[in-house]
Design a protein around this ligand. Structure first.
Ligand code: ZN
Length: 858
């Protein structure tokens, strides 16, 4: 399709400037749509949008007119079917607050250029060029496929994030860079629309996950449709933000190929990694081409049974009631089901995702909003399995969780979904990126023994790209609209322009220090006096509800109520579905003042969550806190006891972590003396927002802190081992765990910090202690790690102990056997030796790896 045709089809698909269209903010120097909708003679009196000044540039105005990527109007006169509630798009919302605005700017100025640079340096851009050279008959010397068949998606995701930033802040240099990248992508597209460098670079020898034929391996691992889905998402965003069709044309060409390839009378394949469903829904909205929606629904309808839980293909999506398998795939699947349900009216998909949501929010959600507890399979665990130290909580899964919850809100208009969205956004999603914008987390655990640190990039780099696109789009989640109702979902200082179905234009201006302060002042300025309803979200946390389920509860009572004033007069706060509805005839100058008190709250988990028994989490407003090593004496926080009656206060520290509200109080540290006695010592306690952890190096961190004596992780009595330097073979993971004095409850204890050699299997390995000073030793105890049921570590085949004699390693003379038993310390006594170092040689079982929870020496 040529550009002009496309542009026409997009315009046909819009109801501009009638009902449901959204006003957008203008670029500096341009009138906004808000103003364009006002007859020129009246514009002088019209309220002005920020940064807007006189002048015009027809190309940009057209782009902005096109930039309204909402419901399609396929048949004149008929309302299109879509979400009953519509978001106020990010192009119509401007944040100038102390929390999000600087983070969004860091994303724009640091993270996005950095991620593009990483894509360049890691050869991801070059993959497109190499594919193009093959297509153009000049095969490059290097025809090795990309390391992962989904490497193409990383540039797509960053391109999507960059596009959002262009809508808010024009940047000709960035625009030019994107055009160059898009041209590179276009050259890598095969004539019929197929775009997948993992095959095109060398079709005879594609990536090993790709299979010899197109598509057939997609239900497994080829990721061809996943790549297409991310391309569609990026194309929709790029078009929405810039009005340019260069990326959209590529997407449409591939979407048309998919429509020609898959369907009831064609290829029956379900996507192995979902997202193409969401991408097709966006293309349908933008182009009005119903084939894309039909195909999105086909991809859901054709899914399962006969697959597996990992891919959510074990049963039909419509029959699914529990969240299982790979958490990112699941979140994208549920989001795609919501889109298709909204666009087609298919209620069976609504019923399924409603049931799955109850399962997640009732049994599988972390207090940080993270989902996907297990590292094995990057998957949801069984009900209530929410370990903290080994929590996986992939950043991408948090992003997927927010996509899904936003969509459920748009379907149902209930703020409980925004409660989950907000919890995830401010905690388990935001923790995925460092404060400087250049360090990322893949997993986001809720406890650390110092084994976690941020990384500038990953071989499998899904998470950084997802951060770039999500952070740039945050303003688009603040407001929504339905008929004559305006929803205020997130409290963020700034402005929004909304046009209601009755044609009324409203400008909203928020002043607040949220999330550090719950006072919000909202100026409501309709263009003319008009009746409509302002739906103010009263967050669950302000209503005494930690989550919309019995998974977490506030352990304390709050006496200060939420208060609300309209033009200075108190209004009763009786929320329905989480909203106070202020219905009246509004006029310019009306002001709403909301006060959401933010005392420090203690949260308790449902007792069925084993990992959190006898523990408490701290929350203030939407922010979940953690204790981290730099703020607490001796750098230790895992052995803290925070009694329920210990007073906690909060204070804003402008100098810390880019400015955060911290919590302060007194806690007890519990240790074991040389004589084996428990020692309790009162000390200062500080907690920081969880999202800001791991910005000051590696060390201990804990979200759930013991509030009962029996739950404290007390370090065992120190031994020669705990004062030794550890070395391990084969770059084994987390050697510090071997002598951290933390003793496990079982070999499979994931709450204790453990060491392992995975992915090494069947090999001969070793660990070594170099003593602080030479010592006479005759006794050692080892507690093996074994993750039967969730991983690939088993008890080893055998082991031996050696001591250092000069430069030589000599085996000790044992009394008794070398034990390899589960769930206990395997004790070994030997003839005393005077030595400076001890070494354990471990023979792994064939096809299995192994690990160690703790190794003591005396
Ligand atoms: Zn990821």
């Amino acid at each position: 399709m040529i550009e002009a045709d496309l542009a026409r089809s997009f315009c046909r698909g819009r109801r501009l400037p009638q009902a449901n269209s959204r006003s957008v903010w203008s670029a500096p120097g341009l009138p906004s749509l808000f103003e364009l909708a006002i007859p020129p003679e009246k514009r002088e009196q019209a309220p002005r949008t920020p940064n807007a000044s006189r002048g015009s540039c027809p190309a940009v105005i057209v782009a902005q007119l096109l930039a309204i990527f909402t419901a399609t109007h396929l048949h004149a006169g008929e309302p299109p079917r879509d979400y009953p509630v519509q978001p106020v798009p990010f192009t119509a919302v401007h944040c100038d607050d102390i929390f999000w605005a600087p983070k969004i700017e860091t994303n724009r100025l640091v993270t996005i250029p950095f991620a593009f640079e990483q894509c360049e340096n890691s050869g991801r851009m070059d993959n497109f060029t190499r594919a193009a050279e093959v297509l153009e008959g000049h095969p490059p010397a290097n025809r090795k496929p990309p390391p992962y068949p989904f490497d193409d998606t990383d540039p797509y995701k960053v391109l999507e994030g960059a596009s959002y930033t262009l809508a808010a802040t024009p940047d000709p240099a960035l625009q030019e860079y994107l055009d160059g990248l898009i041209a590179k992508i276009a050259r890598a597209q095969e004539r019929d629309g197929y775009l997948y460098t993992a095959r095109t670079i060398d079709p005879a020898h594609p990536h090993s996950w790709s299979g010899p034929e197109r598509w057939l391996k997609d239900p497994d691992q080829s990721h061809e449709l996943y790549d297409a889905g991310h391309l569609f998402e990026a194309a929709a965003a790029h078009y929405q933000a810039t009005g340019k069709t260069n990326l959209l044309n590529i997407a449409v060409k591939e979407a048309d190929l998919l429509c020609d390839t898959f369907g009831p009378e064609k290829l029956h394949i379900w996507p192995g990694h979902e997202i193409v469903e969401m991408g097709l829904a966006k293309l349908y909205r933008g182009t009005g081409n119903e084939r894309y929606l039909t195909l999105a629904k086909f991809f859901l309808d054709v899914r399962g049974p006969g697959g597996d839980e990992y891919h959510q293909s074990h049963i039909k999506p419509a029959d699914q009631k529990e969240a299982v398998g790979h958490a990112v795939r699941a979140g994208y699947l549920y989001s795609g089901m919501a889109d298709v349900a909204a666009l087609t009216g298919d209620q069976q998909y609504v019923q399924a995702i409603d049931a799955i949501w109850e399962n997640v929010v009732g049994k599988k959600l972390y207090i940080t909003g993270g989902i996907g507890a297990m590292g094995a399979g990057e998957a949801f665990g069984r009900d209530y399995f929410l370990p903290n130290l080994s929590a996986y909580c992939e950043t991408c899964a948090a992003v997927a969780n927010d996509y899904w919850n936003e969509r459920l809100f748009l379907l149902h208009g209930d703020s409980k979904y925004i409660d989950v969205f907000e919890r995830t956004l401010y905690n388990g999603l935001l923790s995925g990126v460092s404060l400087d914008g250049k360090g990322f987390f893949y997993p986001n655990p809720l406890e650390s023994n110092g084994q976690n640190s941020r990384s500038p990039w990953f071989g499998c780099a899904c998470c950084p790209g997802n951060i770039t696109r999500f952070m740039a789009s945050v303003p688009g989640y603040a407001y929504a609209q339905q008929g004559e109702k305006v929803y205020v979902n997130l409290y963020v200082a700034g402005k929004a322009a909304v046009k209601l179905d009755n044609g009324v234009h409203v400008q909203l201006t928020q002043q607040t220090r949220y999330p550090w302060d719950g006072k919000v002042r909202l100026a409501v300025s309709p263009l003319s006096n008009s009746p409509f309803t302002l739906m103010l979200r009263i967050p669950g946390w302000a209503r005494g509800e930690a989550v919309p389920s019995d998974l977490y509860k506030f352990a304390d009572e709050v006496r200060e109520p939420v208060s609300l004033r309209l033009n200075g007069k108190t209004v009763p706060v009786n929320p329905l579905k989480g909203y106070v509805a202020l219905q009246r005839s509004w006029q310019d100058g009306d002001t709403v003042e909301l006060d959401l008190p933010m005392p420090v709250r203690r949260v308790k988990a449902n007792p069925k969550v084993q990992a959190d028994v006898g523990r408490v989490a701290l929350q203030r407003g939407p922010i979940v806190y953690c204790a981290e090593w730099p703020d607490n004496p001796n750098g230790k926080v895992r052995n803290l006891l925070l009694p329920d009656n210990a007073a906690l206060t909060s204070e804003f520290r402008a100098d810390l972590l880019n400015g955060v509200e911290i919590l302060r109080g007194k806690a007890m540290s519990v240790t074991t003396s040389e004589e084996g006695k428990l020692v309790h010592a009162e000390q200062d306690f500080e907690a920081i927002p969880y999202f800001a952890w791991a910005n000051r190096g590696r060390g201990q961190m804990a979200v759930w802190i013991a509030d009962t004596d029996t739950s404290v992780r007390v370090p065992a009595r120190p031994t020669v081992a705990s004062r030794s330097r550890v070395r391990v073979s084969s770059h084994g993971t987390n050697p510090g765990a071997i002598n951290d004095q933390m003793e496990p409850a079982s070999s499979n204890d994931h709450e204790n910090s453990f060491f392992h050699w995975w992915p090494r299997k069947g090999s001969l390995e070793w660990v070594e202690y170099t003593f602080e000073s030479p010592a006479t030793v005759s006794h050692t105890e080892v507690y093996w790690f074994d993750d039967t049921g969730s991983g690939e570590c088993r008890l080893p085949a055998s082991w031996k102990v050696f001591y250092k004699d000069g430069d030589e390693w000599k085996q000790v003379q044992t009394e008794g056997a070398y034990g390899v038993e589960k769930d206990k310390f395997n004790v070994l006594n030997f003839t005393p030796v005077q030595t400076s170092a001890l070494r354990m040689e471990v023979q792994l079982k064939p096809n299995w790896s192994a690990g160690i929870q703790e190794w003591k020496v005396e």
